[in-house]
Design a protein around this ligand. Structure first.
Ligand code: PGA
Length: 259
């Protein structure tokens, strides 16, 4: 059974480590103009690097585009060289934060337990966490996707009192489909495969938190493919990396999202 999603559509852009502070701010200013007439129900956010966040947040103030952190540390302050806390991001103007992105989980060995600490820190700092979950190529090949996703969702939300004023957002990002350049060898996901996991992720998240989840898809979404994902009733929006790091790319995705 597909639990119908509400009418909101999400277009979130993860700029990863692609853009410096000055480039990020310039892009944010350009997108602000492009997003002037964003219809109600369309939720936009960009996730620049830590260094760029304050400038991007102020360039986007009072615009339809929110700013978010790519990662947070859970302790509000102290001797944690190189880290930036959820609290600090909130004070710098972030509204959202990605938590448990697969590049954090796999390149920086972030565990489900750490992801949980980060989620709790975001809630305490009044940020809206965007939990990222996903299966690797090996897990998919072994038929372990369901088990892996369920464990990630469970560890994140089990017995967590979800604040009534906070959106519950999860991004399904199959690791095997992320960062595939157009024309590069590799696997591409499609709406039918994503939908299967979105339905389960929505059910589990709702069961653990009691809140209504929004489930986004991420993994090499392009202007040519965004429509296919958005046509699925199980997919509430997209989290896009590389294709949304230029003005032309972002605008093209945005136009396709609205059309
Ligand atoms: P991609 O990145 O669109 O470049 O695959 C998505 C993500 O990692 O969030």
């Amino acid at each position: 059974m597909i639990i119908m999603s509400a009418s909101s559509r999400y277009f979130f852009s993860n700029w990863k480590m692609y853009l410096g502070a000055a480039e990020s701010e310039a892009l944010a200013r350009a997108l602000r103009l492009a997003a002037r007439e964003t219809p109600e129900g369309v939720r936009l956010a960009v996730f620049p690097s830590a260094l760029a966040l304050p400038g991007v947040a102020s360039a986007l103030a009072q615009s339809p585009i929110a700013a978010g952190a790519q990662n947070v540390y859970w302790t509000p302050e102290g001797g944690y060289t190189g880290e930036v806390s959820a609290e600090m991001y909130a004070r710098a103007g972030a509204r959202y934060a990605l938590v448990g992105h697969s590049e954090r989980r796999h390149q920086f060995h972030e565990t489900n337990h750490q992801v949980r600490l980060k989620l709790e820190a975001c809630l305490a700092a009044k940020l809206t966490p965007v939990l990222c979950v996903g299966d690797t190529y090996e897990e998919r090949t072994e038929g372990a996707t369901r088990e892996v996703l369920e464990a990630q969702v469970r560890a994140a939300y089990m017995s967590l009192a979800w604040p009534a004023d906070r959106e519950l957002i999860i991004a399904y990002e199959p690791v095997w489909a992320i960062s595939r350049g157009v024309g590069k060898e590799g696997l591409h996901c499609n709406a039918a495969e994503a939908e299967r996991w979105h339905v389960l992720i929505r059910q589990w998240s709702k069961e653990f938190t009691g809140a209504i989840p929004r489930v986004l898809f991420g993994g090499s979404v392009r202007p040519e493919t965004i429509k296919e994902y958005m046509e699925s009733l199980a997919i509430d929006g997209v989290l896009v990396g590389a294709a949304a790091t230029s003005e032309a790319g972002w605008k093209s995705l945005y136009q396709h999202l609205l059309s």
